[in-house]
Write a protein that binds this ligand. Structure first.
Ligand code: HEC
Ligand code: HEC
Length: 321
């Protein structure tokens, strides 16, 4: 009897513990690895060389120290001749409250995979997203939700019109590969190759790294990214995007335009970071992105699994913006 009670207690404990563990880490618990979509800073960081000397990037006559590069209220503007006068919200943000848009999205709008590419998006779309971040129906708790609450309608419009007028450019090269560089995620959630080098099997992940880490960490708007994607994902993604994968989803061009470069207020989805695209697809699925027009995406993502989302993200990123 005592033995039986012991087993029963253990079983009850297991019932209590298992959901707790699962809640802590649903991605690992179910054997999924979505760490490529939702980057989290690694606890152990490779030793960085202390260097406070001014940095340069090719083609710019400017110099900024690392402290200046990471000043989120006055980020570097390496190529001022490439754009018109910067709205103050883009160049400086709001003192002590909202960092400059240009710090995370770059003055070119092209951004990094952990943020987003705003260049050439429709201004009405951009303003709607700001409103969705402000009301919280679209989640990005640590950054956009906080920041959007501080930004006035007027500043939001100035930023939206500014980014909408910038040119969408090729910013990520997509390569099918069985392996990917070994990487780590920095404290600012940037995925970088390990300084010690090496490669590892790619598995079911997209590994997106800077072409030149030193330039990317300097916020250079001329140095883009390489995305390593599993072999076969481009063809699979093309079929889902163009034909809906035999009823699994809906042809993207119906709403995003023939070339997927956007249709009115519906955004472009080509030539942007695959990590970003995947993050949005999961956002629509889990309704952490549930703004007024996001309901239209609900039926698109409803039946997509992890492999489908990966393939779609790889294919869209590989297309010209
Ligand atoms: C501290 C970094 C940071 C700053 C500063 C920042 N953003 Fe963002 N922004 C992000 C991140 C991260 C995302 C991606 C959120 C996600 O994955 O959904 C994002 C996404 C966006 C999007 C959604 C783009 C899309 O395609 O739907 C818009 C619009 C946007 N930001 C506008 C702005 C504006 C305007 C400013 C300045 C007022 C700004 N951001 C400042 C980090 C930042
Ligand atoms: C029925 C119309 C419709 C179809 C079909 C559709 N979309 Fe969308 N999609 C939208 C709308 C509308 C938005 C913008 C929602 C908003 O304003 O927040 C959007 C937004 C997106 C975004 C977010 C873009 C960004 O910058 O954040 C992605 C990614 C996306 N769609 C991918 C796809 C893919 C992939 C397909 C095809 C498999 C697809 N969509 C098919 C209507 C559609």
């Amino acid at each position: 009897m005592r033995k039986f009670v012991g087993v029963l207690v253990l079983a009850l404990l297991a019932l209590l513990i298992v959901p707790f563990v699962a809640a802590q880490s649903p991605q690992q618990a179910s054997g999924r690895d979505l760490s490529w979509v939702f980057p989290v800073a690694d606890k152990v960081q490779p030793a960085a060389a202390e260097d406070s000397a001014p940095r340069h990037v090719p083609g710019s006559s400017k110099a900024y120290t690392p402290a200046q590069i990471d000043d989120l209220f006055n980020p570097p503007d390496w190529f001022p001749e490439e754009h018109g006068p910067l709205p103050s919200i883009v160049a400086h943000g709001i003192a002590d409250k909202a960092p400059a848009c240009g710090s995370c999205h770059l003055m070119s709008g092209l951004g990094h995979p952990e943020s987003s590419n705003l260049a050439g998006l429709n201004a009405t779309y951009l303003m709607r997203e700001m409103a969705d971040f402000k009301s919280g129906v679209r989640e990005d708790k640590a950054r956009m939700n906080k920041l959007a609450k501080e930004v006035s309608e007027e500043d939001s419009r100035a930023a939206a019109e500014w980014f909408a007028a910038l040119e969408a450019k090729v910013w990520v090269k997509v390569v099918e590969s069985k392996t990917a560089p070994k990487t780590y995620v920095t404290k600012s959630r940037m995925r970088l190759p390990l300084p010690s080098g090496g490669t590892e099997p790619i598995g079911k992940r997209i590994i997106e790294v800077p072409e030149d880490p030193a330039r990317t960490t300097s916020r250079d708007p001329h140095s883009g990214f390489i995305a390593y994607v599993p072999v076969g994902s481009l063809a699979k993604g093309k079929s889902l995007v163009e034909n809906g994968g035999a009823g699994k989803t809906i042809q993207c061009s119906i709403c995003h335009g023939k070339t997927l470069k956007g249709l009115g207020e519906v955004p472009k989805i080509v030539g942007v970071s695959p990590e970003y695209i995947a993050r949005q697809m999961y956002g629509f699925q889990t309704e952490t992105r549930a703004g007024s027009l996001d309901v239209l995406m609900k039926q698109v993502v409803e039946h997509l699994n992890d492999d489908d989302i990966l393939a779609i993200s790889a294919y869209l990123a590989s297309q010209k913006p």
